[in-house]
Design a protein. Structure first.
Length: 85
């Protein structure tokens, strides 16, 4: 799953135009929102659209399950890996 983690890190950087951050700077287990990477709800929306386009993952905007998937890079990678099967 490490390769998928890296793909998702690159996607986050690309989609959110985080020019000062490299994939190595993002901890796969750190929170994406709040104290971790510091993303906000607009970032979540943009990232969700990118995940849908790239991986065909369907997400519900206000579900608790979606919030869990967006907890970290690792949880997003698990979502994508589960969807590919």
């Amino acid at each position: 799953m490490d390769a998928l983690d890296e793909e998702i890190k690159e996607l986050i950087i690309e989609v959110l135009q985080l020019e000062d951050i490299s994939p190595a700077d993002i901890d796969s287990t750190a929170p994406l929102f709040g104290d971790g990477l510091g993303l906000d709800s607009i970032d979540a929306l943009e990232l969700g659209v990118a995940l849908q386009k790239r991986y065909g993952v369907t997400l519900s905007a206000n579900s608790e399950e979606t919030r869990k998937h967006f907890a970290s890079v690792q949880s997003l990678a698990a979502l994508v890996a589960g969807h590919k099967q």
